[in-house]
Design a protein around this ligand. Structure first.
Ligand SMILES: *Cc1c(COP(=O)(O)O)cnc(C)c1O
Length: 447
């Protein structure tokens, strides 16, 4: 459920017409709905009832400060995968002691910053990482809480790029190696064993792989306990899928219900952490874009050229993802006398201005559009703005958050000058021989 809906045929976010936002903030522009973010977070929270739990929103899905702050106000924890994400969480008012650090390549400076901030737990993915966290903790005179991320070797049945729980994936540790890491951690005074972690992939639309992964994780936790290694929580990761087009993913209640039922078979009421990203943010956002031109194609399909491209939203190009694209004005099928209603429905490939044939937001879409009309790419709140780039020297899109009948620009569009701030040219050829005359803003390094 989301709060993007039509009022008199016109697409709104909560009470705000998207056309107003397009006019005020320009396009392309991401539009998020606060009520939708909150509704999704609460759906997970409520499903746990009184079972001890923590919802650590996966920052990588959408790390905009306003998004993080809205969730922090609900009491959310956070799952980070970099020092940059830690900075964002702290800047947005998120609690360090509800923050978990995941990721397969944590660098020493990131580990140091996380220790200094006092995060809740490191989810460890290799033995080498265990040693580096231990050394950093010793230096900081702290004890680092750690979980080991198990790789349960289950097929998440999702796109191979977002599948993470297969043996051949780079993520986590197989059971035998994970067990050895726990034994080392137990013997290390700089570390405190906190939990067992698992995350098998993203955009899962079926509970079956989750069941397999959880069964293995619980079995592994039992083995740890039998060896006298106690844990204080189970971190089951994120990955619950959303409806982009025709998918029918489990609801948060079904997903959490499955976790609780499987835990009930376990003798302890183990506290549970989950790390949903997409399921909270995806349907809380759309990408608003304006039609630049309509162009006849050679075959049956015409081109609808819009001002958003693969640099703004890469999912269709990278994962062959299908996201719905809808008219912001009343579409032709709606009643009314609006001029748009008279525009014939045609089949279009909706393409961006980027110089790549992969720059296609959607193929074979039936739309009634004219030049300069607005379109909304649905389900764009997760893995949208965060993956935007400046390819083709394009400015990344602005971001807007709607709250009831108000809207706020929560990320300004970049300026063209910002695109090359930090770049510099070599000294003029005449100056190069004479260092003293080299332009002072160019850093010179010599072998
Ligand atoms: C990406 C990721 C998540 C979030 O995945 P979603 O599919 O967005 O829910 C959670 N945990 C870890 C470790 C991740 O890498």
């Amino acid at each position: 459920m989301d709060h993007f809906h039509r009022i008199d045929g016109r697409l709104h976010a909560e009470q705000v017409p998207l056309a107003d936002i397009g006019r005020a903030a320009g396009t392309p522009c991401y539009v998020y709905s606060r009520a939708t973010l909150e509704r999704h977070w609460r759906a997970f929270d409520a499903a746990f009832g009184n079972h001890p739990h923590r919802i650590c929103y996966a920052v990588k899905a959408n790390g905009n400060l306003a998004v993080l702050n809205v969730l922090a106000r609900l009491g959310s924890g956070f799952d980070i995968v970099s020092g940059g994400e830690l900075r964002r969480v702290l800047a947005a008012g998120g609690a360090a002691d509800k923050t978990i650090f995941s990721g397969v390549g944590k660098q020493d400076w990131e580990i140091r910053e996380a220790l200094a901030a006092g995060i809740a737990c490191f989810n460890i993915e290799s033995e080498d990482e265990l040693h580096r966290i231990s050394a950093a903790a010793a230096k900081a005179r702290k004890v680092a809480a750690v979980s080991v991320r198990l790789n349960p070797d289950v097929d998440a049945n999702t796109h191979p790029y977002i599948s993470t729980g297969l043996r051949e994936n780079k993520f986590g540790l197989a059971e035998s190696r994970a067990f050895a890491v726990y034994k080392r951690a137990r013997a290390d005074a700089n570390l405190r064993i906190s939990g067992v972690a698992c995350h098998i992939g993203s955009q899962l639309t079926d509970l079956a792989p989750y069941r397999d992964a959880l069964a293995r994780t619980l079995e592994f936790a039992r083995r740890l306990e039998a060896a006298g290694i106690g844990i204080d929580h189970l971190d089951f990761g994120g990955g619950l899928g959303v409806r982009y087009h025709a998918e029918t993913p489990p609801t948060p209640a079904e997903y959490v219900g499955m976790i609780l039922r499987m835990l009930a078979a376990h003798e302890r009421r183990l506290p549970v952490t989950i790390e949903p990203g997409r399921a909270i943010a995806a349907n809380a956002g759309v990408l608003l874009t304006r039609v630049i031109a309509l162009k006849r194609g050679a075959g049956d399909t015409d081109f609808c050229i819009v001002d958003a491209g693969m640099n703004d939203l890469i999912r269709p190009a990278l994962y062959q993802a299908r996201q719905d694209i809808v008219e912001v004005a009343p579409p032709a099928s709606a009643d009314g006398t609006d001029a748009a209603a008279a525009t014939a429905v045609r089949e279009y490939d909706v393409v961006g201005p980027v110089c790549e044939s992969a720059d296609c937001l959607g193929t074979a879409r039936r739309l009634s559009v004219r030049e300069s009309d607005l379109l909304a790419v649905r389900t764009a709140g997760a893995y949208g703005a965060v993956m935007a780039s400046n390819y083709n020297a394009r400015r990344r899109p602005a971001e807007v958050m709607v709250d009831g009948d108000a809207f706020y620009v929560v990320c300004k569009r970049e300026t063209l000058g910002a695109l090359y701030r930090g770049e510099s040219m070599l000294p003029a050829d005449d100056d190069a021989a004479d260092e003293s005359d080299a332009a002072d803003d160019v850093e010179v390094n010599r072998a």
